[in-house]
Design a protein around this ligand. Structure first.
Ligand code: PLP
Length: 265
């Protein structure tokens, strides 16, 4: 958000629901005022993890074409999709050159690499390369060459397939642990992909719970951190990729203890 603000953009939030980005709300906005670009994470909406519904994908591409609006498609964790057929990026159905497709090696290999990629119309890419070169003339060529070798040899593909199985097992372990220990306070729909779960909290203030959980040595994010206006929202985002099954069960045990601490106060 701040990166976009730094460009001088005026940001306008668009709601998301169980079908992903509310494309009708975007259409209403477009009817009122021009919009240069929409930033979106259609594969696994950030932070709710929802995949953009098929009809909305078409509607969004059509809106972009009609209104000459760019779609910034941030496909940051598409490698990890567990259910149904793989979902193709919006960019794959973009005949009008509206989509700027952005991916990263941060989730697949490591965030510290700082390597990402962009697929976009040539004039835009030339501009991006120029702007990037003002702050970083060379990039890390050695690291990029090493990453390219891993990609070309198929090693990254093999790693993704292994990691996908691991993360699916971790997702299921987290879902199971929540159902057995926190079923009365957290409502969840297991995410069909990604590395985190979005849960609705009932009868507990997520921020207070977060603080109590930190005291018990476990951390998670809360709805307010993702609200455009920093409003409290009754949600938690729980990452599951970084802990094994036993670690996840322990994290949920501690969250339940923290809830007990909170209720005794
Ligand atoms: C929504 C979203 N986009 C992109 C990224 C990856 O950003 P980067 O490639 O700069 O590490 C993340 C990482 O957490 C993310 O949450």
């Amino acid at each position: 958000m701040e990166a976009l603000r730094l460009t001088g953009a005026r940001l306008v939030p668009i709601a998301a629901d169980a079908g992903g980005l509310d494309v009708d709300a975007l259409a209403s906005l477009l009817a009122r005022e021009p919009v240069r670009a929409v930033y979106t994470t259609p594969h696994h909406q950030y932070p709710t993890t929802v995949t953009l519904a098929a009809g909305r994908r078409l509607q969004l591409l059509a809106l972009a074409r009609t209104h000459r609006m760019a779609i910034l498609e941030d496909d940051y964790d598409h490698e990890f999709h567990y259910e149904g057929r793989p979902v193709l990026p919006l960019a794959s159905g973009d005949a009008a050159g509206s989509v700027v497709y952005i991916g990263t090696l941060s989730k697949v290999l490591a965030p510290g690499l700082r390597i990402g990629y962009c697929v976009a119309p040539q004039p835009l890419l030339e501009r991006v390369v120029a702007v990037r070169s003002y702050t970083d003339l060379n990039g890390d060529r050695t690291l990029e060459a090493a990453a390219a070798e891993l990609l070309e040899s198929g090693e990254v593909g093999r790693h993704i397939r292994r990691a996908r199985r691991t993360y699916l097992a971790r997702r299921d372990a987290l879902v199971h642990a929540i159902a057995s220990r926190l079923g009365d306070v957290l409502r969840i729909t297991p995410p069909s992909g990604g590395m985190a779960l979005w849960a609705r909290a009932h009868g507990v203030d997520p921020s207070a719970w977060m603080r109590a959980a930190q005291a018990r040595g476990v951390a998670f994010q809360v709805g307010r951190q993702f609200s455009f206006e920093a409003r409290p929202l009754p949600y938690l985002r729980l990452g599951f990729a970084g802990l094994d099954e036993r670690g996840l069960a322990e994290a949920i045990r501690r969250m339940a203890l923290a809830l007990g601490d909170l209720r005794k106060q």
